[in-house]
Design a binder for this molecule. Structure first.
Ligand SMILES: [Zn+2]
Length: 113
């Protein structure tokens, strides 16, 4: 399951940050997920609890924040918000949108001890 490997990389990021920022435990973590990241929030929560067991983020609360998707139209140059990768440009109607944001999965905030 691809969410498990995502959780493993999150755990590694947390371990690195713990050393850099000198904290010992993570109480709560806010993850930002774009609409095109192909992440299933329920699977992510499930994987998160399992992967964080025994780590500095064991028992931490996971808050999932949805990030907006954005695209630029290669035909008219408009920058628009999109929820669908294959959407038509709302300005000119062309299928010329290039996605510029929405693939991300990132830690946006941590509550640590
Ligand atoms: Zn356009």
């Amino acid at each position: 399951m691809h969410e498990i490997s995502l959780c493993e990389s999150i755990r590694e990021m947390l371990e690195d940050q713990a050393i850099e920022q000198r904290f010992e435990r993570v109480r709560r973590i806010w993850l930002e997920i774009g609409p095109f990241s192909c992440v299933e929030p329920d699977a992510l929560r499930f994987g998160f609890d399992a992967v964080m067991r025994g780590s500095l983020a064991e028992g931490a609360d996971l808050e999932i924040v949805s990030a907006p998707g954005a695209a630029k139209c290669l035909n008219c140059g408009a920058t628009v918000r999109v929820a669908d990768r294959f959407a038509l440009c709302p300005q000119c109607g062309h299928a010329a949108l290039q996605v510029t944001a929405g693939d991300e999965l990132r830690i946006c905030k941590l509550e640590v001890v």
